[in-house]
Design a protein around this ligand. Structure first.
Ligand SMILES: NC(=O)c1ccc[n+]([C@@H]2O[C@H](COP(=O)([O-])OP(=O)(O)OC[C@H]3O[C@@H](n4cnc5c(N)ncnc54)[C@H](OP(=O)(O)O)[C@@H]3O)[C@@H](O)[C@H]2O)c1
Length: 266
């Protein structure tokens, strides 16, 4: 089923922007959330040019009450049949550092984990009452196994995976599909900030096409690229210290929180 009324968070950039453009078509209503008003307006305009009806909201996913009030009003106006909790940031250990900046850790937990709860919670009861709908969560290969260079990011994505898996068992008997997207490297501003080998990297438009196809089939898990997904899953079967030794040989630099907009600018 191709969704017709869709909420996308983090639609002002990268994967969220590409998803908005992939879904934009006549007869489709898009509710797009982000914080950077000018980038979000540009995406909304491009989606309208493809025939979609678009509402754009500059709401911070960390703000539970603002998220609930925006999403509930938009859902009453026209019920969502798909919501994609995509907004996220990254952070990592500075070279030589033993711990991440505590502020950056709190910021990423609030955005990547609490922000996902703030997106899904307002829609769970209405979708269940309607007996239809789909909730999609953007996770990461980094959610499958802890990585020594970005502990907090891995925590948030593992949390998103566990949340999606938990909701699936509870909501699917009520008619609401739950899909977890386990993304590998996708060329976006977030990904550009990471200095590493990026096997299997794809463009944001390619990622959006894979996600859209998987969601239309109602897949529980949409993982790409398949070879990194399989390798990471197999890695979990290795003895922990063997896995650690392999990872110690991989050089990755992830800078501190990649916030492109501060709360004072919201
Ligand atoms: N790119 C990859 O390789 C990759 C791999 C695996 C998973 N992912 C996941 O994919 C998702 C999208 O990332 P991306 O690569 O497309 O990054 P991106 O281009 O940096 O886009 C991130 C989006 O999240 C929004 N966002 C960040 N903090 C927010 C907040 N507090 N409130 C509202 N919106 C906020 C940004 O909006 P503003 O800029 O307007 O604030 C932006 O639209 C993230 O969850 C990321 O973890 C990405």
């Amino acid at each position: 089923m191709i969704a017709r009324s869709i909420l996308i968070t983090g639609a002002s950039s990268g994967i969220g922007r590409a998803l908005a453009l992939a879904y934009a078509a006549p007869g489709v209503r898009l509710a797009l959330l982000g914080r950077d008003a000018s980038r979000l307006a540009a995406v909304a305009e491009a989606a309208r040019a493809k025939g979609a009806v678009v509402e754009a909201g500059t709401v911070d996913v960390r703000d539970r009450l603002a998220m609930a009030s925006w999403i509930e009003a938009a859902d009453i106006f026209q019920p969502f049949d798909l919501a994609i909790a995509n907004a996220g940031i990254t952070t990592g250990l500075a070279p030589g550092a033993l711990t991440e900046d505590p502020e950056a850790v709190r910021a990423i937990l609030a955005t990547n984990l609490v922000g996902v709860l703030n997106t899904a919670e307002p829609l769970i009861a209405p979708m269940c009452a309607r007996g239809t709908g789909q909730l999609a969560f953007v996770g990461s290969l980094a959610g499958l196994h802890g990585l020594p260079y970005s502990p907090a990011y891995c925590v948030t994505k593992a949390g998103v995976h566990a949340y999606a898996e938990s909701l699936r068992g509870r909501l699917e008997p009520q008619g609401v599909l739950v899909s977890l997207i386990i993304a590998g490297f996708v060329k976006t501003p977030l990904n550009d900030s990471i200095d590493a080998m990026k096997p299997g990297e794809i463009t944001d438009a390619e990622a959006a096409a894979l996600i859209k196809r998987g969601l239309s089939k109602g897949k529980a898990t949409i993982a790409f690229p398949w070879f990194l997904y399989v390798l990471t899953r197999l890695g979990r079967l290795l003895p922990a210290r063997v896995y650690d030794r392999i990872m110690a040989g991989v050089t990755v630099t992830v800078p501190g929180t990649q916030e492109r907009i501060g709360p004072e600018n919201i």
